[in-house]
Design a protein. Sequence first.
Length: 316
Amino acid sequence: MSIDSRKVVVVGCGFVGSSSAFALMQSKLFSEMVLIDADHDRAEGEAMDISHGMAFASPMKIYAGSYDDITDAAVIVITAGANQKPDETRLDLIRKNSAIMKSIIGEIKKRPFEGILLIVSNPVDILTYIALKESGYPANRVIGSGTVLDTGRFRYELGEHLGVDSRSIHAFIIGEHGDSELAAWSEARVGGMPINDFCELRGHYDHEASMEKIFNSVKNSAYEIIARKHATYYGIAMAVCRICAAIVRNEQSILPVSSLMTGEYGLENVVLSIPAVVDENGIETVVPIELNETELSKLQQSAAVLKKVIAEFYPD
Ligand SMILES: NC(=O)C1=CN([C@@H]2O[C@H](COP(=O)(O)OP(=O)(O)OC[C@H]3O[C@@H](n4cnc5c(N)ncnc54)[C@H](O)[C@@H]3O)[C@@H](O)[C@H]2O)C=CC1
Ligand SMILES: CC(=O)C(=O)O
């Protein structure tokens, strides 16, 4: 079965799945999009609604389908599962969503599929690990959206603080997509300048206080949004589009997706985010950026948090 690089499948058509589908339609990356949901009517309604925008975008076949439609897709985006309620962490979702992920991977595995699995449902790092184990696919083909969203939030916050286009900022949030994540401050650059030098250029000298404020705002974004509107979906939809573009356009873009660690920073058998080169094969290679001692220790603590949860599912 050959891969059709113009075909994408979205599994789960709730807030995140439908927003991602809407963003993907507007991105013009694909000419065919299959929507799958446990609630087939919902998938049908979303396919109809999104299709009605086509006259203002580009021709595309969008339909509610089944797992029999996945075989030649380039990417399957999985957004199915419960979202956080106020006061819930992402890790609190693991019981419900691990069962959902296992059932979806079970369906996918019954069919030939050679494309990329892009996991978005939370807790994304643990569910990506489960998808990897249950599918048996090579690690390069199973990617989590990881901290691509958090990194987008980080660049946005820094851009606001510094009065500069966030696209001119190279800075990453790494580790868990969740409460143990960290900012790789020591590698952050604005227009090629070390970040603190750029801050001083803009008249900001209170580095420690600003760093803490900006990082906390990024880390707590989901909680703040969920408290106000019950779910987050537009930011992640844009992140899904960005990752899909890197894959189907074979861009070799560096994105902090969630991937299997194989010795980087002394970490193994855990899935988390560090920057990686993303191309048509998924993860081409991870990019183990230099971290200072504090950052390295925080990354290792983040991995330990994730490993503890993984051990509940796959005790060795
Ligand atoms: N990785 C990230 O950065 C982000 C992840 N998320 C996560 O995305 C997930 C989805 O969130 P929402 O869309 O807000 O939830 P939602 O409740 O609006 O939608 C979930 C959808 O999944 C469907 N579903 C449930 N079981 C299914 C199955 N076995 N097969 C197919 N479809 C199934 C439901 O019918 C529903 O339509 C959550 O886990 C949420 O935490 C949300 C935002 C950002
Ligand atoms: C819900 C979630 O994971 C986020 O918005 O970051």
